[in-house]
Structure formats: C-alpha cells, structure tokens
Design a protein around this ligand. Structure first.
Ligand code: HEC
Ligand code: HEC
Ligand code: HEC
Ligand code: HEC
Length: 463
C-alpha cells in the first residue's frame, strides 16, 4: 500500500469523496427491488459474447453521450484510464503488473494472467465463453450485466423492455439484492472457483478488499439517471441500496464461512477474521495495548481473533431504525454467533446459518420498502450513538462506518434533503473521520470514535 495520497485500503480518499460529491451534485438515481437473481450462465447454456460485441460505434461505443435512451458512451467510461470508473477494464492488466506478478510468484502460481485463482475476479468469469470473448477485456460488460448470448440481438429492438431482457438472461442490476450479489462475488468472494481471496493470497501481497454497495456503485456508474431511466426502472434509492448491501454482505460472509471456504488446513480461514486483531503490535507486560478494547457486541474471550463484523455493526444500526421488529433477533443471533466461534466449528456453523437467515430477512424487509429517505438522519445518529459506537473497537468496522456516514450524507443530498452547499460545509468533518482510518497500523479506537461522533453531529445539525 502507500503512495503519497490519502488512502483507505489503497483507495484514494480524496478521489472517492470528490467523485461522490460530483455524483451527488449531478446525478439522481433510483431502483425498485424485487424478483429473482440472475440465472447461472453455465447451467442455462448462455454464453459470454465479449466486450467487442457491445462496442459498436452505433451501440455502446460512441465517443460522447448521444443516446436517446442510454448514453451509448458506456465503453469509453468503462475504459476511462485514471478513474475508479475505469477500474474494471484494467482488472486483467493489473495481474501482469509488478504487484500481481509478486503475488503469483509467492504463491507459486506461475503466470498470473492465466492463473484460475485470479481470473475469477480479474476477468469475466466465464465457464461459457463465446467466440469473441477475450480474457484481456478484464471485468467486461457481461460480468455485471449477465452473459448476453440470449439478449444481445434483441435488447435494443423495438418492443424490447427491461422485463423481456431480464427474462432472456440480462441481470436485473436495478434490483438491490441482484446487484449486491453480483458485486459481492468479486468484492467479497463466492463459492465458485477462482472467486475467493484467501488469507494466503492476502499474505502474498493482495490488497485488502473493502466494499460498500452504494458508494462503489456511484464510483463506477456509467449511466445517467434521467427521466427516461426512471420511467423504465424507477429511481435509485441510495439508502435502500446501502442497507440491502450491508445485509447481503453479512449473509455472504456467513454462508461462505459455514461452507468449504471456512477452513484452511487445521485453521479457520483467516480472511473472515479482523486482520488487525492478529496483526497489531505486541506491547510488553508493563504497558497495556493501546489498541485493544473489549467489545460489547462480541462475547468472545480476550485472546481470540474476532470474526470481522463490519457489516453486522452497520446492519444492526439500519435495523434499529428501519426494521425494529427484526433488530432484536439480529443482535441476539450476532452475539450467539461470536460466542459459538469460541466453542467449536459445528456450533459456529450452526450459528452462522441462523444469523445468515436473520440478515436475509432484513435484506428482504429493506428491499420490500419500509425505508424512507429521512431515516438516513436517524441511522447516522444510531451509528454514533451509545448502542452502536462502542462496537467500533477495530479497524475494519471503523472503515465501514465512515463509508456509511459518507454514503448516507450523499443520499440525503441526492434526495434533496440536504443541499450540496450544506454538505460541502461539513465535508471537513467527514474527511477527519476518513483520516482516522487512513492507516490501519496507526488506528486508535478512541480517536476514531470521537472523529466519527463529530461527523455524525454535523450531519444531524443539517436536519
Ligand atoms: C474475490 C475476487 C478476487 C480474487 C480471487 C483476486 N482478486 Fe485481485 N483484486 C480484487 C479486487 C476487488 C481488487 C480491488 C481492491 C480494492 O481496491 O478495493 C483487487 C486488486 C488487486 C490488485 C491491485 C490492483 C491495483 O490497481 O493496484 C492486484 C495486483 C491483484 N488484485 C492481483 C490479484 C492476483 C495476482 C490474484 C490471484 C492470486 C487475485 N488478485 C485474485 C479481487 C480479487
Ligand atoms: C461492474 C459492473 C458493471 C460493468 C462491468 C458494466 N456495467 Fe453497465 N451498469 C452497471 C450498473 C450497476 C448499472 C446501473 C443499473 C442498471 O440500470 O442496470 C449499469 C447501467 C448500464 C447502462 C444503462 C442502463 C439503462 O437502463 O439505462 C448501460 C447501457 C450499460 N450499463 C452498459 C454497459 C456496457 C456497454 C458495459 C461494458 C462496456 C458495461 N455496462 C459494464 C454495472 C456494470
Ligand atoms: C468479475 C469480478 C467483479 C465484479 C462482478 C465487480 N467488480 Fe468491481 N472490481 C473488480 C476488480 C478486480 C477491481 C480492481 C481492478 C483494478 O484495481 O484495476 C474492481 C474495482 C472496482 C472499483 C474501483 C475501486 C477503487 O478502489 O478504485 C469499483 C468502484 C468497483 N469495482 C465497483 C463495483 C460494483 C459497484 C460492482 C457491482 C455492480 C462491481 N464492482 C462488480 C472486480 C469485479
Ligand atoms: C488469526 C490471525 C490472523 C488474522 C485474522 C489475519 N492474519 Fe494475516 N497473518 C497471520 C499469520 C500467522 C501470518 C504468517 C506470519 C508469518 O509468516 O510470519 C500472517 C501473514 C500475513 C501477511 C504477510 C506478512 C508478512 O510479513 O509478509 C499479510 C500481508 C497478512 N497476513 C494480511 C492479513 C490481512 C489483510 C488480514 C485480514 C483480511 C489478515 N492478515 C488476517 C495471522 C492472521
């Protein structure tokens, strides 16, 4: 990691904040949420036709936005060299950079550009590749929009509609649960081959994976949410997207942990645990650790690594506001899960299954409605309040909390509840919270909570 810029987990904080502010000022986007997930390509006989098939100059390869319906310059935005929006087109090329080659060499994988352990996320995962498909495209259009063999020829035809396209295999990314599921495959991991970053890959030098659905969606957006979009798909509700993203991330982590990915040799798979809990420095007997604190949300004995609970904490805050009837059960199941890890693997697996069920119920409740834009104020208050804030004792949860506060503020701007100017006026407070998680090795829980508290108070004052 490193470089001269402010970074969180290797990402440019300044760039991220600026990008989101621009999005907030320029775009409005919204999504309804229901229906089935995308079908699995391999099991349906659908094939990936490759980026070149989407890139015609009268299709998505225009040099400027000109489309009557969609912009049609999506290819250019996906390729933008220096922005997060262009990251997916670079995903394959980074494998052959110095860091990629070092990781592969450490793991004994040979050429990273042909290593199945890397290609599942750094290329379009294609069990079924059509004739024009190129791994070099990186994370191409179909990695998110779904294998296109069934709809490439018909999706722009007269009489086509989103529903018809989805029936032909297009992934309904306008639905929060479907979108979360697609992004999490690579931005957390999946049970498929080549879509999981083990701790061994991390130890070989892979950057940490940190994700938040609404913020990352803004960072890579290549469409305009105009009146036409709203008529076809509805407006994006970024509060809902954030909350569903938290619930789906909890569910994904627990489901993978309870399955075959949960162990490595005789050890648990360390990827699921809080990195800094093992990697913090040791102080000698006279001097207590400056970074270790007990955590009221995790009834585990001192000296055991905690399961990374970043999304559980934020989901708990969302549930208290938007699904109070389910919040108690979720909190009880979370505590029971942490406690079970300290017992044995079968107990932990059973408790993980139960907690995943509670998270799924929350995702369904959020997606089905029940979230109003104003709730963002209450959720920010919860995050910094006396029930939730004491749970920010570790780095990962704290990073997720800053992203939450930022994304909720931006949602308030997009929905017109806070003006762009007012949000800009308190930007310095949000940036101070980002600064408190800039360096994982310099993280101090007390300092972080006070920075988070002042950002939350400033946002509260805008209500
Ligand atoms: C589960 C999906 C996944 C797998 C598997 C995976 N990666 Fe990554 N990789 C990512 C994501 C996501 C990022 C971006 C992290 C971020 O900044 O948020 C990334 C970032 C990187 C980067 C840094 C790129 C940059 O722009 O600096 C390198 C290098 C890299 N991966 C190499 C590899 C190699 C080599 C392998 C195989 C051993 C691999 N990855 C396996 C998802 C994955
Ligand atoms: C990382 C995932 C991802 C990749 C890669 C990606 N998209 Fe998208 N795309 C999205 C999301 C999310 C949306 C917004 C939700 C929606 O309406 O589907 C979107 C929206 C769009 C839209 C607007 C849809 C509408 O109804 O107005 C078009 C057109 C589009 N993408 C085309 C492309 C093309 C062409 C490529 C490849 C050059 C591409 N996308 C690559 C995720 C992706
Ligand atoms: C097939 C795997 C894959 C899928 C699916 C995917 N991503 Fe990514 N994404 C990556 C990889 C790999 C990188 C890092 C590439 C690099 O560093 O050049 C990345 C990078 C990004 C970045 C840039 C992050 C940064 O630090 O600059 C954003 C934003 C992003 N993804 C958002 C999304 C969203 C939102 C979705 C779902 C709509 C999504 N991605 C789906 C693999 C994927
Ligand atoms: C349960 C304890 C534990 C957890 C949790 C853990 N690690 Fe590790 N990590 C280790 C051990 C043990 C090693 C091997 C140390 C050695 O070889 O000297 C290691 C090695 C590493 C190394 C290589 C260190 C070096 O000096 O080269 C990196 C990088 C790393 N881990 C990153 C992470 C990240 C990122 C996470 C969170 C996703 C994480 N670790 C979670 C115990 C842990």
């Amino acid at each position: 990691m490193g470089g001269g810029k402010d970074k969180v987990n290797g990402r440019s904080v300044a760039g991220m904040a600026l990008g989101v502010m621009l999005m907030a000022a320029l775009l409005l986007y919204g999504l309804p949420g229901k229906g089935p997930d995308a079908a699995d390509a391999a099991s349906t006989g659908r094939t990936y036709v490759g980026v070149a098939s989407c890139a015609g100059s009268t299709c998505h390869g225009r040099m400027e936005a000109d489309g009557k319906v969609v912009r049609q310059d999506e290819l250019m935005r996906w390729q933008e060299p220096s922005t997060p929006g262009g990251a997916h087109s670079r995903a394959f090329a980074v494998l052959n950079g110095m860091r990629g080659r070092q990781i592969a060499a450490t793991l004994g994988l040979g050429d990273p550009a042909s290593a199945p352990a890397c290609l599942g996320c750094h290329s379009t995962p294609a069990a079924a590749r059509g004739a024009r498909f190129l791994a070099q495209d990186g994370v191409g259009c179909e990695a998110c929009h779904g294998p296109a063999s069934g709809w490439i020829a018909s999706h722009y035809a007269v009489g086509a509609s989103h529903a018809v396209n989805v029936a032909a295999g297009m992934t309904p990314l306008d639905r929060p649960q479907a979108r979360a599921s697609v992004c999490l495959d690579c931005h957390f991991g999946s049970a498929r081959d080549g879509q999981f970053v083990t701790h061994r890959i991390m130890a070989a030098g892979h950057p940490r994976i940190s994700f938040e659905l609404d913020l990352f969606s803004s960072m890579q957006a290549h469409h305009d949410e105009d009146a036409d979009y709203a008529a076809r798909k509805g407006r994006t509700d970024s509060l809902k997207l954030w909350a569903v993203g938290q619930a789906m991330a909890v569910e994904r982590a627990l489901t993978l942990y309870a399955g075959a990915k949960g162990t490595e040799g005789t050890f648990p798979e360390f990827y699921f645990f809080d990195c800094q809990s093992c990697h913090r420095r040791i102080y000698d007997q006279a001097e207590r650790s400056k970074t270790w604190e007990t955590n009221p949300g995790r009834p585990i004995p001192a000296g055991m690594p905690p399961f990374n609970d970043e999304n559980m904490i934020l989901l708990s805050a969302a549930a208290r506001v938007a699904a109070p009837g389910l919040a108690g059960r979720f909190d009880a199941d979370s505590r029971a899960f942490h406690a079970a890890i300290a017992r044995d693997r079968p107990a932990a697996v059973a408790a993980a299954g139960k907690l995943a069920g509670s998270a799924r119920a929350l995702a369904d409740a959020f997606a089905a409605g029940g979230m109003q834009g104003d709730m963002a104020f209450a959720i920010v208050r919860e995050i910094a309040g006396s029930a939730i804030a004491p749970r920010f004792t570790d780095y990962e949860g704290s990073v997720q909390a800053v992203m939450a506060v930022d994304t909720l503020l931006n949602g308030l701007v997009r929905s017109g509840r806070v003006t762009v100017g007012a949000a800009a006026g308190i930007r310095a407070d949000v940036n101070r919270a980002y600064a408190a998680v800039k360096d994982p090795n310099g993280y101090r829980p007390g300092d972080f909570r006070s920075a988070l508290g002042s950002a939350a108070r400033s946002i509260g004052a805008l209500q």
